[in-house]
Design a protein around this ligand. Sequence first.
Ligand SMILES: *Cc1c(COP(=O)(O)O)cnc(C)c1O
Length: 473
Amino acid sequence: MAEVPEEQVRTPTKAGKTVQQGIDATGEGRAARRDEAVRAAVRQGLLGHGVVGLLDVTGIRESAAELRAAFEAVSAPGAPVLHAFAVKATPLVPVLRLLHEAGIGAEVASPGELALARAAGVPPDRIVLDSPAKTPQELREALLLGIAVNADNPQELARIDAAVRAAPSPAPLGLRVNPQIGGGTIEATSTATETSKFGVALRDEGAREWVVRAYLDRPWLTRLHAHTGSQGIPLSLMARGAAETYGLAEEINARAGRRQVDTLDIGGGLPVNFYSDATTPTYAQYARLLREEVPGLFDGRYGLVTEFGRSLLAKHGTTLARVEYAKSAGGRRVAVTHAGVQVAARTVYVPGAWPLRIAAYDAEGRPKTGPEVVQDIAGPACFSGDLLAQARALPLLEQGDHAAALDTGAYCFASHYAYNSLFRPGIYGFAPDGAGGVAFVTVREPQTVEEIVSESGGAHVTALTTLGASPRR
Ligand SMILES: *Cc1c(COP(=O)(O)O)cnc(C)c1O
C-alpha cells in the first residue's frame, strides 16, 4: 500500500468536518473518522484472523501538535524543549517515524526500544534512555552514540563513572530521583511512592545530601529526572513532582555556584479519559498548571524534557474484532470476539483499573443501533476472565457483527501478549484518501502461523528428547 501524502491527511472528512489542530477537544472529529475507518476496514477485508488494530494518523499528528503548542505557549522564547515519546506506549517503528516528523523524539527503556527508535530514524540527540536495569553493554552503547541517559541508582552511576573515565561522552547525563510524594489511583503505575523501585528515593535518610554531592563530584551530571507515574496520577501530583525536581536542581546549582543542572526531565503520565471521546485533561491545561505552580521551569534557565506516552497515542487507536459467535449463558448475552487478553492484557486482568469503551458495529461495519442489551464482550482466550467488558449495555451484538475497543492506541494492541499462541493482529494506519474515502497503510503485518511456530521453538523440535541421549552439540 502506498504512503499517505501529507496534503491528503488535511482533507475534510466525509462527515464534512475539517479538524484543525487543537480544536477537537470533544473528539467529535476523531469519532467520525473512526466510524469511517471501521466501515472501510470491514469493506476492504482488513480483519484477517478476526481482529485488527487501526491507527488514526490525523489524530496522532493533532496530538503531537497540541503537545508542542502547549509548552511553547508557556515557555520563554527559544527555550529548548524535547518531547520524547515513551516508546513502550506504542512500540511501532512507523509510529515513531510519524512522531519524529511531527517534532517528537523518543524515550526508550530497553535495547529493543532503542533499536526501534533508531530504525525509525530518530537521531541520538532526540532520544532519552531511562530504565531501572541497564546493563554495562547498554550504557556503553548509549554513551558512545550520545544518547541522553538518566541513571537510576548509585550503582548505575558508578558504572557511568567508569565509562566516562574511559572515554568522555557527548551524551547528556542525569539522575532519576523519586520525590516520594505518593501515588495515584492505580498502584502499578504509581512511581513516586515511598517504596517505588524507580530512581533515588529522595526522602530516605541522607539521600538528598548524597544526590547533591553526587552532582558536585561529577561536573558532567547536568540533568535531573523524575517521572511521577502514569494513568491515575492527578495533575496536581504531577505538578508537585515537577516542583520537587525543580527545587532540587536549584539547590544543586546553588551549592555548585553555577548552573550545573541545565535540563529538567519531568517525565510523562498525563492521564487519558477512557470514558468518552473528549480529550481531558489537555496538554494545554497541564502546561498552564505547571507554569502556575513552578514558574521557574519556564523562565528560560532550564531546558525541558517531557516523556508522554499514553496521552499521545491512546485515543488514536481502535481494536476492531469480529463477533465469531453470539450466545447466552445463565440469562447473560455473550459476544465471543477475537479481541481479548492478547490485545488488552491490563483490561482483562485488572478490569476495574483499565476500563475500555466498546462500540458496536454491524456486519458491514456501520454503527449498530437498536435497544441496548446488557452483554459481555469476550475474547478468544481459554479462560473465563478473558472479557473486554462485562455486563455492558450496548445494541445487541450478533454473529458476524463487529465490536470495537476504543482508545486502545497505547499499551494495548501494540503490546501483544502471547497467551494461547493467539496471532499478533495486523496494524494499519488510516487517513482520508482525498476522494471522500479512507486510505490504509500497513504499520505491522499480521503474524502468520509459521511465525508463531518459529517463535515457539520450531527450529528445536527434538531438542529436549535428544538431550543426554548423544554427545552434546
Ligand atoms: C511509562 C513512562 C513514561 C510514559 O508514561 P505515560 O503515562 O504513557 O505518559 C514516561 N517516562 C517513564 C520513565 C516511564 O516509565
